[in-house]
Design a protein around this ligand. Structure first.
Ligand SMILES: Cc1cc2nc3c(=O)[nH]c(=O)nc-3n(C[C@H](O)[C@H](O)[C@H](O)COP(=O)(O)OP(=O)(O)OC[C@H]3O[C@@H](n4cnc5c(N)ncnc54)[C@H](O)[C@@H]3O)c2cc1C
Length: 328
């Protein structure tokens, strides 16, 4: 029996676990992949060599080298928590959580390989999975010129030709940011482009071509992506690009609490200002929640807050309170 189980291994979960250890809670973190998204990179072809785009916690000025002094990579930041968590014995478990239920005053957390784990409180910090582009070449070039976060890599793409596939609000925000520095930007949307202020901004920029009603058929390249083949009214057109970003939406990894907690229509866990879900004792943090952000720093802050709020909850939990009250 644990005081707290944290589900996830990214910025939010590691920060929550670190805060819980600071409060001397008996905590278990269960994750599929330690580090979460902060370890992901995007490799781009450049004139000299290859450029690697990291997930950054701190953005530098455009003329500074990637990972120069003014830049801090998400993985470096999250590794600090990772080291702290991994050095404690019995705190980590690599497994997939399949289901979470509430039984009396406790939560039952089912794992794929290690059976049932029990805790008085739970933090869900399982992030999101981007909806992928399902065309030939898209999988092969993922990370090699194809990315899922346009805004992150704007600094590496000055003067380049870039395609954004999708027109979600997130994609359009990324497109506006990229359009300020790239030579040419294609915004590809199979349906009609929505009439929003961001679209109006893009339509006024001379370096942006809005391709409404275009379907991506294939991506091609040698070591990194070089061409995006699109189809419009039966005609194939080749777009020559240095990078392409897919933004077809995000799927929150909240299936394990489906039916237990309140989510929005897309499955993001609804939380209040202190990361409490609709179920007492169940907290959530990071990208999987309805909180606005999708940034490493925000995930770290939310993880810490969820753990501290869980600590408060545990102080009034009948079983945990009894143990804490009798601890020397
Ligand atoms: C390509 C890309 C670039 C980005 N660039 C930046 C950037 O430059 N700066 C920035 O601040 N933000 C950036 N972001 C956003 C940032 O990475 C996220 O906001 C942040 O990592 C979210 O952290 P998280 O802990 O909520 O989720 P994640 O990092 O996604 O971690 C989720 C964790 O949950 C685990 N998990 C999922 N399901 C289960 C399960 N069933 N059982 C057990 N474990 C499970 C996963 O293995 C993973 O460890 C970027 C995102 C992407 C995709």
């Amino acid at each position: 029996m644990h005081d707290l189980i944290v589900v996830g291994g990214g910025a939010a979960a590691l920060s929550a676990t670190s805060s819980a250890l600071g409060k001397q809670l008996n905590v278990l973190i269960i994750y599929e992949q330690l580090g979460g998204k902060t370890g992901q990179r995007l490799t781009l072809r450049s004139e000299e060599d290859y450029l690697v785009g990291h997930i950054l916690v701190h953005l530098a000025f455009p003329d500074e080298q990637p990972l120069g002094e003014a830049q801090l990579a998400g993985e470096e930041t999250v590794h600090l928590f990772e080291r702290q968590v991994k050095t404690r014995s019995g705190v980590t478990l690599r497994d997939r959580v399949t289901n979470v239920t509430r039984v009396g005053d406790f939560f039952h957390v089912e794992t794929q390989r290690n059976g049932l784990k029990k805790a008085a409180a739970v933090v869900i910090a399982t992030g999101v999975t981007p909806i992928t582009l399902d065309v030939p070449g898209a999988k092969e070039f993922l990370g090699m010129g194809i990315g899922y976060s346009p805004t992150t890599h704007a600094l590496l793409l000055q003067g380049k030709t870039v395609a954004i596939i999708g027109t979600s609000p997130r994609a359009l925000r990324g497109a506006v940011e990229l359009s300020r520095t790239v030579e040419k930007l294609y915004v590809i949307e199979p349906e009609a482009v929505p009439a929003t202020p961001l679209v109006e901004v893009l339509q006024r920029r001379p370096n942006v071509e809005m391709l409404a009603g275009y379907q991506v058929k294939e991506v091609q390249g040698v070591s990194t992506i070089e061409q995006v083949m699109v189809e419009h009214q039966g005609q194939i057109r080749t777009l020559y690009v240095d990078a392409a970003f897919v933004d077809l939406g995000l799927h929150p990894n909240s299936d394990m609490v489906k039916g237990l907690v309140e989510t929005d229509a897309d499955g993001f866990i609804v939380i209040d200002h202190s990361n409490q879900s609709s179920v007492p004792g169940l907290f959530a943090a990071g990208d999987v929640t309805t909180a606005f952000g999708e940034q490493v720093l925000i995930a770290i802050g939310e993880g810490a807050r969820a753990a501290l709020r869980a600590y408060d909850y545990l102080l009034s939990h009948p079983v945990v309170y009894e143990r804490m009250a009798t601890d020397k």
